[in-house]
Design a protein around this ligand. Structure first.
Ligand SMILES: N[C@@H](CCC(=O)N[C@@H](CS)C(=O)NCC(=O)O)C(=O)O
Length: 222
């Protein structure tokens, strides 16, 4: 019997990790079809499965397909009760998702595809401005719910909480002696991060995968 969901993605964490965290947390049976950078021409050629020539796409048991990572995440959240209870819960989660996406984008840009002075400049913007801003906003939302002691919305885990844990993973990859740990200013967010990483399914996945997501060296444009 086909698994409930097939995830088409690189073996890498990146945009796929958010989806994997949800699938593991909700104990959804899934398999992966993994690609390497050598497959990019084939991915571009397969417009039926990859409309924009990019991964990820998921395929459901009935053959329905969804691409765009946040469309996938929102679909899963709606299906498996990870999207709060009210429209305002959803709006809070959406704001946090889109805000933290800025961190993710800047991490990818600076860490994977830049080098030298350009990279240092990008790190400076990321650590000096983008990340603290995004985290301040996320913390403000968290504090409004149960004084920041619980979850982003309501009384249980949502994709807003998972988005935070995924963004912190990306930032953690960049910590080194030259950069102050940007998370030091956000102990409440770190508590929430811990809660997500110890959530059912995610905890076991991280034990299997390793506590820190790993990337191979990436080709950097000249
Ligand atoms: N907005 C899309 C962006 C997808 C995207 O950029 N995917 C990358 C991999 S993480 C990709 O396929 N890159 C290959 C390319 O663009 O040629 C999403 O969030 O799913």
């Amino acid at each position: 019997m086909a698994p409930k969901i097939t995830l088409h993605y690189w073996t890498l964490p990146s945009r796929g990790e958010f989806i994997r965290f949800i699938l593991y947390n909700k104990n959804i049976e899934f398999n992966e079809v993994n690609y390497t950078f050598d497959d990019i021409p084939a991915i571009k050629a397969n417009e039926a499965l990859f409309p924009m020539g990019q991964v990820p796409t998921i395929v459901l048991e009935n053959g329905d397909q969804i691409f765009q990572s946040h469309a996938i995440v929102r679909y899963l959240a709606n299906e498996y009760d990870l999207y709060g209870k009210t429209n305002m819960d959803k709006a809070i989660i959406d704001q946090v998702l889109d805000t933290l996406k800025e961190i993710e984008e800047k991490c990818r840009e600076s860490m994977l595809f830049s080098k030298g002075e350009d990279q240092q400049q990008k790190y400076k913007i990321l650590f000096g401005d983008t990340a603290p801003r995004a985290l301040r906003f996320t913390e403000k939302c968290l504090k409004r719910n149960n004084n920041g002691k619980g979850y982003l919305v309501g009384e249980s885990l949502s994709i807003g909480d998972i988005a935070l844990a995924v963004a912190i993973e990306s930032l953690t990859l960049l910590y080194n002696k030259d950069y102050r740990n940007v998370m030091d200013d956000f102990p409440l967010l770190m508590d929430l991060n811990k809660k997500v990483r110890e959530a059912p399914g995610i905890k076991e996945y991280l034990q299997k995968r390793g506590q820190q997501a790993k990337y191979p060296p990436f080709p950097v444009p000249e």
